[in-house]
Design a protein around this ligand. Structure first.
Ligand code: NI
Length: 166
């Protein structure tokens, strides 16, 4: 039975005849999926450029982000992990483990780096926010328990952000 349906049944029909503790236990024992989030931050430089195009076309398409001397962004990263609460720990995932994973796989790789020049991931891949978020997703996904769902949101500016998968 769908968790939401069980919740509605319990809250409307059974809570009156149950003690509060029984009611709470019945909710906890339903294996609800919960999303946990970790916010991180890194600074990186990049240049958006398509080597197959002329300088004029690159300038026209990428504008300021085509600056040959690169420019920086303060990237904000939000990692969302969804799964069932482990009855032994009460956690979906230990946040220290998630934090360490993001630091090792993402921040150590990209923080204070020139994405085009200093990272293997973007040596031949245009470091747009779209491409960065897909790369970050892949790096975390590879190390995350397969039973957990993952979604990554990346802010390139306060107003421009991307999300993967959708
Ligand atoms: Ni830029």
């Amino acid at each position: 039975m769908d968790n939401r349906i069980s919740w509605i049944k319990i809250s409307h029909h059974q809570v009156g005849s149950q003690s509060i503790v029984e009611f709470q236990n019945s909710i906890v024992n339903m294996n609800h999926k919960v999303a946990v989030f970790r916010k991180e931050h890194f600074n990186a430089a990049h240049r958006l450029h398509n080597p197959d195009w002329t300088e004029e076309k690159n300038q026209e398409v990428f504008g300021l982000c085509n600056n040959p001397h690169y420019h920086g962004h303060n990237y904000e990263l939000i990692v969302k992990v969804t799964g069932e609460i482990d009855p032994a720990t009460g956690y979906v995932m230990d946040m220290k483990v998630l934090s360490d994973l993001i630091r090792k796989e993402v921040l150590d790789r990209f923080d204070h780096k020139n994405l085009n020049l200093d990272t293997a991931a973007f040596a031949n891949l245009n470091p747009t926010a779209e491409n960065i978020v897909v790369v970050i997703y892949g790096l975390i996904r590879e190390k995350l328990d397969p039973k957990l769902e993952l979604q990554v949101r990346l802010y390139e500016t306060e107003r421009n952000f991307v999300e993967y998968p959708i």
